[in-house]
Each structure stands twice: as structure tokens, then as C-alpha cells.
Design a protein around this ligand. Sequence first.
Ligand code: PLP
Length: 401
Amino acid sequence: MTLFSPIEMAPRDPILGLNEAFNADTRADKVNLGVGVYYDENGKVPLLRAVQTAEEARVAEHAARAYLPMEGLAPYDQAVQTLLFGTDSPLLQSGKLITAQALGGTGALKLGADFLYRLLDKRLVAISDPSWENHRALFEAAGFEVVNYPYYNPTTHGVDLEGMLQGIEALPEGSVVLLHACCHNPTGADLSFADWTRVIDVVQRRKHVPFLDIAYQGFGDNLQDDAIAVRLFAESGLPMFIASSFSKSFSLYGERVGALTLVTESKVESAMVMSQLKRVIRTNYSNPPTHGAKVVAKVLTDPALYELWEEELAEMRDRIRLMRQALVEKLKAAGVTSDVEFIQHQRGMFSYSGLTQLQVATLAEDFGIYAVGSGRICVAALNHGNIDHVANAMAQVLLTT
Ligand code: PLP
């Protein structure tokens, strides 16, 4: 018996397994729709011009590499708050906001989970059914019991609002409720302004703890409208947690740039909460890395670079929309008569296509087109070079299975 001999192989990550199968496929026209990143028209992860400019300026500075404070770079944390709440928000000057730079959106969720674990007696978190697959695993790993609230209605391809409200209502008082602020992953189905007010009402009445995950700000309508859930919750005066990420909106996946923001009830409370949050940070990774935060802070605080970034974000958003529209048109042209219009109305990078597990397997086997078993496809992986192949294959599968 050796130290490691009792260890068994962990279950394979379904998405990584899919990538392996895709890489092993030798067909020239293979397409990977299982990815969770934005690809440009050339099928590449883009380097944004705003990012490149900010990076060049940073290299030219030849700056020394001291440690950042535990909570990260101050101008970055402030810029995160402005982006989330809007330049005119009274919260910005209230002392009620605290932000800690985090290792991507995932790192922000983990910081929040670890913090809540220490704070709460009842460690129950409710996530949407379905949700980003790491939500459950991450909160379970942090010591929480994880349950689902209803979210998706496969018949309407939209949100099951009544089910969601009832599910949140039925949770024990004081539960943590994790909500996708926009561009729901994996379904692409979002709540409207009016829907959010109803959700906030239930969360408030049941004294739940709202935890908003905003990983796709700017991929729905625009930066301001996509933050509506954050801003409505803020207006309600509830204390809340927000995990935000620049992985997608800055195409900075590997730099791990995210943030955890908390809304407290007073300046005094903020100081105490921050001191405890710092303990979580200190005992996890001590302090965050510099590069990504410097680049993002530069872009967010330089008016010309900000404008350029907004344009580039709009380019990404518009290209995805174009691909949604093209996919629907091409599916119809290929003879699909069932309802596929919903693909056009879903928001963000993903579409819950309605493909069954069997249809997904057939797409991979017969056509070299890889999607997640749930039927989630990444619309941002489509381009003019592969969309005909994808649409024709999907049509064939939809018409024959
Ligand atoms: N939250 C959701 C809903 C996501 O889809 C993702 C990434 O796919 C994340 C959080 C994590 O993002 P990051 O790569 O910044 O850790």
C-alpha cells in the first residue's frame, strides 16, 4: 500500500472529455460547439485591441512586481463597482460597497462561498435548474448543501417564472439564492425587468441571501441593461453578493480577472466584513495577480480605451446575434419545420438547442460536430466557414431522429 494507491480516478469532466474527443477527430470539417469561450469569425479567441493597447503601455512602464493588497488593485476594484452599479449610483460613495479582486468569476464565487460558510449556520444554496455545471460542485466543495430551483421551461424555451418564484419561496428562510444576472448559462433564457422585481420581492420576504453571478455583462443587450438585476437588487437595499468576471467581456480567460463585490448596510459594517474577507483571501492565495487587473483597470478608466472596448464588445455581441439568425434561417432552408426561432431570442454565448442526448451523439459520430450532452451549443463557435455544415447536419439529425 502506497500513499496514493487508494486513490481512484475522478469522474471525467464532461466538457474536457468532449474536447479530447474533438481533438482526436481527424475530419477536416469538425466543429467544437461544446466550448465556453467566444471565438471570432476566424475561429480564434480574439485579443481585443483595447487590451493590446493597454498591455503595450504596461510593458513600456517596466514596472516592478510588488505584491498587491489582499483585496487587489484599488482602481480595478473601483472600476468594477462603477461598471456594476453605473456611474450615477449613490452606492459608489456610500461606503456600503466592498470589492475584492478575484481569480476570475470562479474565484469570486469561491471567495463568496468560503465567506458565507463562516457566516451562516444554515449552509444551503439554491441554484437554477439547470445551471453552469461548476456552481453545484463549487458550493458543495465549500461545504454547502446545494438544491435546485426550477428555471427552464423546455416547452417555451424560456424561463419558468412561476416555478422559479415558488421554488425560491419554498426554500428555508435565509437560504443563499444564486442567480445568473444575464445571459444564463447554459440556457440563454433570461428574466425581464418585471420578472426581476418579482424575484427580488420573494428573496426579500423570505430573508434569503442573494448571490448574483454576472459573467457575461455586455453580451446580452449592452453593459448597462445587462446589469439591471444587480442594480434592482441594489435599489432594494438588500445586502448581497456579486461575482463578476472579465474573462469573456475582455477575452482575458487565462489572466483570471474577476471580482467579488458585497453590498453591506453601512460603512462600519463594510470595514468589518472586509477584514473578514481578507482572512479568507490571505489563507487561500494571499493576494491576487497584477497583470490582468492592471490591463482591465487601464481600459475601464481611460475614456478612449473604454470606448474602443465597448465597440469591440458590441462586435462580439453582434456577431453572435448574426450567427443565431443565420442558424435559424439555414435550419429552415434545410427543411426543419419544428420551432427553432427560440435560438434567435436566447441571449449570450449559448443556446439550449433542444437537441437530445442521442441527437448530440449522432452529430458527433456522423458529422464531427461536438456539443454538450444537454444540447447546449456555443453560438460563439459558429462562423461563416462552418455554419452551413452545422446547419445541414443539425437539420438532418432533427429530421431523422
Ligand atoms: N459563472 C458562469 C455562469 C460562467 O458561465 C462562467 C464561465 O464559464 C463563470 C462563472 C466563470 O468564469 P471565469 O472563467 O471568469 O472563472
